[in-house]
Design a protein. Sequence first.
Length: 144
Amino acid sequence: MKITLALALNEEGVFEKKHFGDSDKFAFYTYEKHELSFKEELPNTFKSMDEAQEHGSKKKGNAIISFLKEKGVSLLVSKQFGKNIKMVNQHFVPVIIAEDKPEQVLAILQKHMNWFKDELKNRKENYMLFYIKNGIIKMHVKKD
């Protein structure tokens, strides 16, 4: 199973405590045959879109979702997600991380990739929100 990941990074190439859609750039990686490999890095051209009128703009959220779907992304990695998380998890598995450096995060993600593969295989929407802190993975479970 091939999985494409999008990491939300700042200009220096590290994770920052910002919402996914407010990152400076996205780094794309693919996971295939038990290997994570760098694909490309692109600026976040949606960063300031519609934010003057409305924080957490649905227009901005939908634009980012469309862009990421065109890239074949299925896993989003960030220090934080905003109020559009309910839109996001309809299309992607969101992962919140605590670490700053992509190399550390990628090693942790690789170790837990079976969790994400299982999530993508067994759900088609309403994906769980995963938290990774100190290398330990947790899932956010909705309470009724």
